[in-house]
Design a protein around this ligand. Structure first.
Ligand SMILES: Cc1cc2nc3c(=O)[nH]c(=O)nc-3n(C[C@H](O)[C@H](O)[C@H](O)COP(=O)(O)O)c2cc1C
Length: 179
């Protein structure tokens, strides 16, 4: 079997979130990411692998703050578009693509209305590689829509958006409880 350029897709499906960032001068931008993961429980630290070519990368280097928004399946079209065009080509990308933004409580970066959960985070470390950089954030606050988060897990009804690869997406189904 030949290994394509996207060999990392063997590690999909994985949840997709939208990172919102803000420039020094106050412009807000959005970027879809599926390469994110928890790193530490207390304090809650998480990481995102981001290409330095993203406008989002430059904004994060400027102000260090983000919100990471966990999106439900119903936003699949919008999330795909946010991840297909750079804020360099489409100013005010999130609003132009139909997202509604709301003020966050700690950081100056807004979050997305309708997210199942969002984390307010600040950049604390970075590990650069050839084409992506592992950016490590400390969480300042986590918000969860409790309608879809019960007994410390997202319910099946939350319909977390998963990225399979390219323009293929999915939602989790057939939850099972073991033991
Ligand atoms: C579903 C999906 C997942 C993505 N995941 C990542 C990711 O984890 N890291 C990354 O650097 N880019 C990722 N991208 C690509 C960026 O979202 C895309 O390049 C975006 O246009 C960057 O926008 P910006 O230049 O305005 O920051 C993903 C795109 C899609 C559609």
């Amino acid at each position: 079997m030949s290994l394509s350029k996207y060999v990392a897709r063997i590690m999909h499906p994985r949840p997709v979130s939208v990172i919102v960032s803000r420039s020094r001068t106050g412009e807000v931008n959005g970027c879809s990411v599926s390469w994110f993961m928890p790193v530490n429980v207390d304090p809650f630290i998480f990481s995102v692998s981001l290409s330095p070519r993203r406008l989002t990368y430059s904004y994060i280097k400027e102000t260090r703050e983000i919100t990471l928004n966990i999106m439900p399946f119903k936003f699949v079209e919008e999330v795909h578009r946010v991840g297909s065009v750079s804020g360099r080509e489409l100013k005010n990308k999130l609003v132009e693509l139909g997202f509604e933004l709301e003020e966050s409580s700690v950081v100056k970066v807004p979050h997305i209305k309708g997210a199942l959960a969002y984390v307010e985070g600040v950049l604390i470390n970075e590990l650069p590689f050839e084409d992506h950089s592992l950016m490590v954030f400390k969480s300042l606050k986590v918000h969860v829509d409790e309608k879809y988060f019960k007994e410390n897990v997202f319910t099946e009804e939350a319909e977390i958006l998963l990225h399979v690869g390219g323009n293929i997406y999915a939602k989790p189904s057939n939850y099972v409880r073991v033991g």
